[in-house]
Design a protein around this ligand. Structure first.
Ligand code: AHR
Length: 523
């Protein structure tokens, strides 16, 4: 496939002369199509953690908060507008202590458990398989189930798949019917364990491989349902993990012993840059150092994906195994005064910039990255949505996903980008990031990010192989990089119509404001 070529002009060019915006150049090769951008790159993650499920999605059917069978109507409507393609559930670390039988049948008889990972709170299991599937149907997305390989049994996992996907006249399928669901659900995406190198069992990759092979062997494809099997992949730069799995799972593939379809990478962006630090950094009170670190996290994601993909390419040149980045996002300190085990954090323009940069990275690797799931959907980490009782707000990150949805299932287009640097404390990043695609209707969309917090940049574009007659777009920016939406002021960071793009023949000029995200449509 065609590559995205990016040139990083020397940092010295970053500071424009007074009165003149710095310039970047971009050639859009509309005649050089690449891979299809799998819509699942815009996937999300929901875990039984803090108020992601309870309060954020599930409020019980008798709640005064408007709901459909216990699921919040406002949240569902907001998610439908995003065209969320796929949602991962029930964790996360929680998945590795989740026993699905506790979450079926009459809700008032379901056993409770302690959520040992997240705040030690008592989980009443009121949101289980049927409720999650109902949620997916209301949102219009596909489920992505994470199976318990750490503390569960092979039989338990095997039975869950039969319960969900078999149409037989069998005890498990009939139990599902008795619990209110006649037809089996389609469950394509299924993961075998979560962070098996950590909270999922502290395994070595060699041990995980054997566990995977055993659990996967008993995870059956029932008629009409074929599992897309996702193995627990590496944490950040654990390249050995990827290598071992490619050697010992992928290489064993045959029609009778399925290998893996996806390998899951987890990587979070920390404002302070290291897990070892005592604090991760505030979501809202940060200086330019932590702003820079966060944006640099997107560059780190590019490096991680590139290096893991290089290992995969050697073992699997036909690209039959995809990289599934099923946890990513900004992880800050929890908001002061909230339960630190609930991972509730505010979401600023900085988060939006990280989301936009990272989505551009995933699109660049669309020939190998088939899915990504931002952590997490509601009220946890880099959320789309925050709720407070009956109130709900959309975060800056939500708006990026909404603006970028035009790329879902579109064809990646090659670009050449040459951008000035944005520097801080002797380090630098390209100040502009870009990604372009053509959708099924022939419209071309270009997503652009100017990460420089102070300087606007003029982008001079040449459109190759594209005779566009109109350009329109929207821009997301805010008074400050730490601007947020609050329940009192929910519209501070919102996209507005963009008038900074001018088309003249095959020349397009875009005046990118400082700290902005722009998505253009060319017809
Ligand atoms: O997303 C929060 C946690 O981060 C998940 O439960 C775990 O998989 C990861 O460490």
């Amino acid at each position: 496939m065609k590559v995205i070529r990016q040139t990083f002009v020397a940092l010295a060019l970053a500071s424009p002369l007074a009165g003149f915006a710095a310039t970047a150049t971009l050639t859009l090769h509309a005649d050089q199509p690449g891979a299809t951008i799998n819509r699942n790159i815009y996937g999300q993650f929901t875990e039984h953690l803090g108020h992601c499920i309870y309060g954020g999605i599930w409020v019980e059917p008798d709640s005064p908060i408007p709901n459909t069978r216990g699921i919040r109507n406002d949240v569902v409507a907001a998610l439908r507008a995003l065209r969320v393609p796929v949602v991962r559930w029930p964790g996360g670390c929680f998945a590795e202590e989740y026993h699905w039988r506790d979450g079926i049948g009459s809700r008032d008889k379901r056993p409770a458990m302690i959520n040992t990972n997240w705040g030690g709170v008592v989980e009443n299991n009121h949101f289980g398989t049927h409720e999650f599937m109902d949620f997916c149907e209301q949102v219009g997305c596909e489920p992505y189930i994470c199976g318990n390989l750490g503390s569960g049994t092979v039989q338990e996992l095997s039975n869950w798949i039969e319960y969900m996907t078999s149409d037989a006249n069998s005890p498990l399928a009939n139990e599902r019917r008795a619990n209110g669901r006649d037809k089996p659900w389609k469950v394509k995406y299924f993961a075998f364990g979560n962070e098996s190198w950590g909270c999922g069992g502290n395994m070595r990759p060699e041990y995980y491989v054997d566990q995977y092979r055993k659990f996967s062997a008993f995870a059956k494809d029932y008629p009409g349902n074929t599992l897309y099997r996702v193995a627990c992949g590496p944490n950040d730069a654990n390249y050995r993990w990827t290598q071992v799995l490619m050697n010992d799972i992928h290489a064993m593939y045959s029609d009778t012993a399925p290998g893996m379809d996806g390998l899951a990478l987890h990587s979070y962006t920390l404002p302070v840059g290291h897990w070892e630090n005592v604090g991760k950094g505030s979501a809202t009170a940060f200086g330019e150092d932590q702003y820079f670190n966060c944006l640099n996290g997107a560059a780190t994601m590019d490096e991680l994906v590139t290096k893991h993909v290089a290992i995969m390419d050697r073992a699997d040149p036909k690209k039959t195994v995809s990289l599934v980045v099923d946890e990513w996002g900004v992880w800050t300190d929890s908001e002061p005064g909230t339960n630190p085990g609930f991972l509730y954090q505010q979401n600023s323009l900085r988060d939006a910039m990280v989301a936009a940069l990272t989505l551009n990275v995933f699109q660049k690797h669309a020939d190998r990255v088939s899915m990504a799931n931002i952590a997490q959907m509601v009220n946890v980490l880099q959320a789309m949505i925050l709720t407070d009782g009956p109130k709900m707000l959309l975060t800056p990150t939500y708006h990026v996903f909404e603006m970028y949805k035009v790329h879902q299932d579109a064809t990646l287009l090659a670009i050449d980008l040459s951008a000035p640097g944005y520097g801080y404390a002797g380090k630098s990043l390209p100040a502009v990031s870009a990604s372009a695609s053509r959708d099924a209707a022939g419209k071309v969309h270009v997503s652009l990010v100017n990460v420089d917090p102070k300087e606007p940049i003029t982008l001079n574009c040449r459109l190759a192989g594209l005779a566009a007659h109109s350009v329109s777009g929207r821009v997301l920016t805010a008074p400050a990089v730490n601007s947020v939406n609050t329940f009192d002021a929910p519209h501070t960071v919102e996209p507005v119509a963009f008038s900074g793009a001018k088309l003249s023949g095959n020349a397009l000029t875009v005046d990118l404001p400082a700290k902005s995200i722009v998505v253009l449509e060319l017809e």
